[in-house]
Design a protein around this ligand. Structure first.
Ligand SMILES: C[S@@+](CC[C@H](N)C(=O)[O-])C[C@H]1O[C@@H](n2cnc3c(N)ncnc32)[C@H](O)[C@@H]1O
Length: 284
């Protein structure tokens, strides 16, 4: 439930917030990616949300690095033969308009009805580079999502699932249930997702817990076993890319953080260390 005073009124506002940081990145002369639609999609609300959450002003690198790493995984998987990308909780992502994708690629976006109605309206008149389908669905509705996954699974040979900025808002049980449902269709072969450590989850809850919780967007997921969490549901982490090490390579963090990035890192359990990574999961 949203409460007066919180800049986040509901979970979908986090999509406007993310789009705002993509817009800011796109304006830089040395932009790592350019999303010409992000500013329009973020709208004034995206800007207002960012302005009232200064914690992230100093952490803009996290949004940019996350986008960069998902772009990388998507481009690689498409080059390796993925014929469908299913972006769950796609928000205001505009990859089907900005990435170099084959015209025959089938791209599916799933998100809540209100958010997708807004997106359709803003993007009316824009043409995606590949086939694009938008599906308005509450992913918390397990039977409806299973039905959707079955339908999509039958129409793909090799699908890549994308969850970018979604599972952090789910409880461990909800993530487990989603992982099980995604493991069912044989053509769902790869899954790219971001994962936070328990240490990072605690830090974010401390710094952002108030406004996010009041807006019904509390952060809840930071598994002790890191990317290994997914193994019991049939998903093995075959590639884990560290946000901090990537940001250091991209020269988007301070000298101190660049020094921190030199420290060796586990690709599994992180303990109390604040850590986030983007993982590519595969079924055997
Ligand atoms: C932080 S945003 C991320 C959006 C996008 N993936 C990105 O990275 O810009 C979280 C998104 O999850 C969507 N979302 C949250 N819970 C959802 C649910 N139960 N069903 C469908 N979408 C959901 C929100 O509407 C929002 O668009």
């Amino acid at each position: 439930m949203s409460q007066a005073g919180s800049p986040i009124h509901n979970i979908s506002d986090t999509a406007r917030w993310a789009a705002f940081y993509r817009a800011k990145e796109s304006e830089r002369p040395d932009a790592i990616f350019r999303d010409r639609l992000a500013l329009r999609l973020a709208g004034e609300r995206g800007q207002q949300i960012a302005a009232t959450m200064p914690f992230f002003e100093h952490h803009a690198w996290t949004w940019v690095t996350r986008t960069f790493l998902f772009d990388q995984f998507i481009a690689e998987q498409v080059a390796q033969g993925a014929d469908m990308v299913i972006n769950l909780a796609a928000g205001l992502d505009a990859r089907p308009y900005r990435m170099a994708l084959p015209p025959s690629l089938r791209w599916v976006e799933v998100d809540l009805p209100e958010l997708l109605a807004y997106k359709d309206e803003v993007l009316a008149g824009e043409k995606p580079v590949c086939e694009l389908e938008r599906i308005r669905l509450d992913l918390a509705n397990a039977s409806a999502r299973r039905e959707l996954f079955d339908r999509l699974g039958q129409n793909a040979r090799k699908a890549l699932i994308v969850t970018e900025g979604l599972i952090g808002y789910f409880s461990p049980d909800e993530v487990a249930s989603l992982a099980q449902d995604l493991a069912r269709p044989p053509s769902f072969q790869r899954w790219a997702t971001d994962v936070a450590s328990p240490g990072l989850l605690a830090m974010l809850q401390k710094n952002l817990g108030g406004p996010l919780g009041q807006g019904g967007a509390a952060l809840k997921f930071g598994p002790e076993d890191g990317p290994g969490f997914f193994a019991r549901f049939g998903w093995t982490a075959i590639d884990v890319r560290s946000m901090l090490k990537t940001a250091a390579r991209l020269k988007r963090v301070s000298t101190f953080m660049r020094l921190m990035a030199l420290l060796p890192e586990s690709k599994g359990r992180q303990g109390r260390r604040p850590w986030a990574g983007i993982c590519l999961l595969a079924k055997p």
